[in-house]
Design a protein around this ligand. Structure first.
Ligand SMILES: [Zn+2]
Length: 95
């Protein structure tokens, strides 16, 4: 009988530990979401200042003014006029 009680307590401790871990991971994920949104915006602002010197993200040519597009993963790419057609085919959103 004592053995069963010990097992029950052990099981309860394990369950509580598991639940707190799951809750902590959720909190961490929630806390990271706003941060992830800020980084691409900052990169976008920085890249906007020196648009003329920046090479195209796709063909790496310095083809003058770049148009910036948001990718599915949240990153921002600057594309020249030639590569804008590719971006439109991929349904990328202009910023
Ligand atoms: Zn290009």
């Amino acid at each position: 009988m004592r053995y069963i009680v010990f097992l029950m307590i052990l099981l309860a401790v394990v369950v509580i530990y598991a639940v707190t871990r799951v809750l902590n991971t959720r909190k961490l994920k929630k806390g990271n979401t706003p941060k992830n949104n800020v980084i691409p915006l900052d990169a976008h602002r920085k890249s906007r200042k020196s648009t003329d010197e920046q090479p195209c993200s796709s063909c790496k040519k310095k083809n003058g003014k770049l148009i910036f597009y948001a990718q599915d993963d949240g990153s921002v790419v600057g594309l020249c006029k030639e590569c804008q057609a590719k971006a439109k085919k991929r349904d990328m959103l202009p910023l």
